[in-house]
Design a protein around this ligand. Structure first.
Ligand SMILES: *[C@@H]1O[C@H](CO)[C@@H](O)[C@H](O)[C@H]1NC(C)=O
Ligand SMILES: *[C@@H]1O[C@H](CO)[C@@H](O)[C@H](O)[C@H]1NC(C)=O
Ligand SMILES: *[C@@H]1O[C@H](CO)[C@@H](O)[C@H](O)[C@H]1NC(C)=O
Ligand SMILES: *[C@@H]1O[C@H](CO)[C@@H](O)[C@H](O)[C@H]1NC(C)=O
Ligand SMILES: *[C@@H]1O[C@H](CO)[C@@H](O)[C@H](O)[C@H]1NC(C)=O
Ligand SMILES: *[C@@H]1O[C@H](CO)[C@@H](O)[C@H](O)[C@H]1NC(C)=O
Ligand SMILES: *[C@@H]1O[C@H](CO)[C@@H](O)[C@H](O)[C@H]1NC(C)=O
Ligand SMILES: *[C@@H]1O[C@H](CO)[C@@H](O)[C@H](O)[C@H]1NC(C)=O
Ligand SMILES: *[C@@H]1O[C@H](CO)[C@@H](O)[C@H](O)[C@H]1NC(C)=O
Length: 446
């Protein structure tokens, strides 16, 4: 190895050290917060208590109001000792109003959704007590959501009423289809969440949440319909999820850390985002995020970090690897000048700091010429960006990288070239460097 390669090797070794630290991998261990599989019998050999919403008077005809039956079934299931199941049976459609399902529950609860839960679609008569929530689960621990059923927000009238659709509409928020808040040790498996009024699924203020095999879908032009939104949460795993919506497939905000995403299919939508952070001079902190193995298609962004001017806090220790894109605008983008506001955002010096962002094996096609964009602030430049084995092509073969106030390490083949990043001296003899990078990745695998 020549001197340059050694330097690159050492930098790479030093940089992701925090990726490797024990704390980082805790919680990602498969068994760490597994909610036990459903058995027919509990430990004392008794049958699990099943609270079937039908037994509480639900009609499941898609027209009758089944809210009361759901609330009563919940009371029963949640107060039951031992294992119990809140069951929404297969083959029927249950119309349910905005409802808070509160814990803590006494025993170990499984919410098994095999049928479809639908929201009333009339905006005028929506419960004014719950302007931002439809199905909300609070203060739960050791619960499991599962089943092949669906949660359907019936969102089309909400979309039409959005100011994003029609500027003469007032800008106000709409309900989130599914919210899990202030909870811990939660599994969510196999469900479909679709046509959310606004966001589909929020994981808020929670710890140890595993979401697997979940499908989220809404039309590509439905406004602000984020797929899975993680806020103020720790130790979250999202795996084997297929998400296509009109906004971010996944967005991670506020004080969130140890977020792992694996085998994610995203599109249409706005891509996989960290942020936005720092709106209205707020503080945002997101760290220790991994995305491994994703396919992103027909989206307006790929891997995006977005922060507003005037904010504070940080985004750091993020690793994106093994991502393939197809027809993606802005495949790789860090934007410290994000402004999703009807009025122009003022220039401000302060910013959410962005550092230690690692991109490896990112390939595919871009719908725009600028395939990599690092738009960073003067006062808080983006630092320790690592690019390794990137190949992003635009249709007209005129792809390029935009950078402002960002510094990076480049190892392996990076196309388009990132000459604008001040570290080009380190780009040399990819073979050797690549080898050390791969070894390093193996050692830090979660
Ligand atoms: C559901 O909402 C509708 C419209 O606000 C209301 O008329 C109805 O009483 C609600 N149902 C229950 C069980 O609260
Ligand atoms: C959840 O628990 C906290 C603490 O016990 C309590 O303050 C809060 O009101 C509960 N939330 C709900 C929705 O019940
Ligand atoms: C959750 O389940 C685990 C194992 O079954 C148990 O040790 C723990 O006390 C439970 N936590 C709560 C808050 O119920
Ligand atoms: C936007 O909303 C206004 C007022 O509600 C309505 O008159 C107009 O037709 C709408 N425009 C579109 C394109 O839907
Ligand atoms: C920021 O402030 C604007 C204007 O006051 C408000 O509409 C918006 O909801 C605020 N955003 C947040 C995230 O607090
Ligand atoms: C953010 O801080 C700047 C500078 O102190 C101030 O000019 C601006 O009004 C603040 N913005 C908000 C939304 O509070
Ligand atoms: C590319 O993606 C955009 C959405 O960003 C979509 O409108 C367009 O149809 C896609 N093009 C092709 C060729 O699939
Ligand atoms: C690169 O990522 C793709 C998935 O996008 C994967 O199929 C391929 O095996 C990865 N290559 C290496 C060398 O890890
Ligand atoms: C940040 O970028 C701007 C525009 O590219 C440039 O004028 C300025 O000198 C840069 N600042 C630093 C600290 O590199």
């Amino acid at each position: 190895m020549n001197t340059l390669n050694w330097l690159c090797f050492l930098l790479l070794l030093a940089l992701p050290l925090r990726f490797a630290c024990k704390q980082y991998s805790e919680g990602f261990d498969d068994g760490a917060f597994e909610v036990q599989e459903t058995d027919e019998d509990d430990s004392e050999g008794r049958k699990k208590a099943i609270s079937n919403v039908d037994a509480f008077g639900a009609e499941g005809d898609g027209v009758s109001d089944d809210t009361k039956a759901f609330v009563n079934a919940w009371k029963k299931a949640c107060s039951k000792r031992g294992s119990s199941i809140f069951l929404v049976p297969k083959g029927k459609r249950y119309l349910v109003n905005a409802t808070k399902f509160k814990g803590p529950c006494v025993g170990k609860l499984t919410i098994q959704i095999e049928g479809t839960i639908i929201a009333p679609d009339d905006i005028e008569t929506w419960d004014p007590g719950y302007p931002r929530m439809w199905l909300g689960y609070y203060n739960l621990s050791n619960v499991s959501f599962e089943g092949k059923g669906a949660i359907d927000g019936s969102g089309s009238k909400w979309w039409a009423a959005s100011c994003k659709r029609n500027k003469s509409n007032p800008c106000k928020g709409a309900p989130t289809a599914l919210t899990i808040d202030s909870s811990s040790s939660v599994n969510v498996k196999d469900l479909t969440i679709r046509n959310g009024q606004q966001m589909h699924f929020i994981i808020g203020r929670s710890d140890s949440v595993r979401v697997s095999g979940v499908t989220v879908s809404a039309p590509g032009d439905s406004p602000n319909t984020d797929g899975i939104h993680v806020t103020g949460s720790t130790n979250v795993v999202l795996e084997d999820c297929k998400i296509g919506t009109g906004d971010d497939c996944i967005s991670i905000v506020s004080q969130s850390s140890n977020i792992k995403m694996k085998n994610i299919h995203c599109g249409p939508g706005h891509g996989i985002s960290i942020g936005s952070l720092g709106e209205n001079n707020s503080t945002g902190m997101v760290e220790k995020v991994v995305l491994d193995n994703a396919f992103i298609r027909d989206t307006t962004n790929g891997l995006r970090i977005k922060t507003w001017q005037g904010g504070s806090g940080y985004v750091r220790a993020v690793r994106y690897q093994n991502v393939r894109m197809e027809n993606v605008s802005n495949p790789i983008i860090i934007d410290q000048f994000y402004c999703d506001s009807p009025s122009k955002c003022e220039d401000q010096a302060s910013a959410v700091e962005v550092s230690e962002i690692f991109y490896k094996n990112i390939t595919g096609t871009s719908a725009t010429r600028v395939t990599m964009k690092f738009a960073c602030s003067d006062a808080f430049p983006c630092s320790n960006i690592v690019l390794s084995n990137i190949n992003l092509q635009s249709e007209d073969d005129d792809e390029e990288t935009y950078c402002s106030n960002a510094s990076s390490f480049i190892c392996g083949r990076v196309h388009p070239s990132a000459d604008c990043l001040p570290s080009s001296a380190l780009r040399e003899r990819e073979g050797v460097v690549e080898e050390s990078v791969s070894q390093h990745i193996i050692h830090t695998e979660l």
